[in-house]
Design a protein around this ligand. Sequence first.
Ligand code: ZN
Length: 301
Amino acid sequence: MEKKNNTINAAAGLLSGYGVYKLTPIVCNKIRRATITRFLDTPLNAEQVAVYKQAGQDLFESKFKSKGYSILDASNPEQVEILENSLKSLEQHYDNKIASSKNFISRLYNKYMKRIVMKDNLISHNQVLEGTNAFYWVKKGAVVVNMEKKPTYLFHEFGHAIDYSNKYLAQSMSSLWRNKRFKNILFSTVMLTALLTNPKSKEDLEHASNREKFVQSVKKNSGLILGAYLLPSTLEECLANINGQKLAKEFVPKAHMPKITKTNLNSAIGYILYPLFVGGGMYLANKVRDKIAEGKLNCFS
Ligand SMILES: [Zn+2]
């Protein structure tokens, strides 16, 4: 009976821990959007849209157009079609991968990847159409932005373009931390290691094998590992904000600069907080899991 209870507690711990890990960043981000973002990234009126659109266009014409860059305006239906076609070809790419999978496991994995990649891309596609997001399309050298709703985002995105034109920065930005497959494997390995193992006391650890010691240190530092993995992306985004701020200063009339500064600040704060939310979520998940698995926080009583 004792053994059965332990198994139930361990399973309940795993599920609750996973729930905490998934929910924490979502809840924290919602709070951030309802507070910081609401204050810093207020909607633009028609006059502001016209000013930032003009400044963005001037910046593009004088610094980027001749180098082959482009602006893909998500308020223009013809240009939206280019985005939709790219989504379709991404889906086709995964369908081909699924069809040519060598075995059951790889087919399952490709189906899983298709689901999460398409979901992520569709969310950001809709956000760009709504004007709540923008991105730099590295392959095409295009800044994708809704010029009728949020031309203020254009400066940050051209900030990315500058960094990608730097050979060394571009190389480091396309390295392991941007690889979705690597990220999935790392995150699920760390999460499962933390949620499937019982913590060991100091005395027990002294007699443990090296492998066990390693597993325990991954468990103990799981929040830190996941948070640290996200830091290079944070750095990349903060650099884009600094570049964007500098570019805007050259083209936006001085009286309209505070709005740009707030937008860039909001973006930087969001990217700085994200690793803390994810790392904090993992840390909490681990704690909750241990309490339940040890029977100190029994959800069945
Ligand atoms: Zn960015």
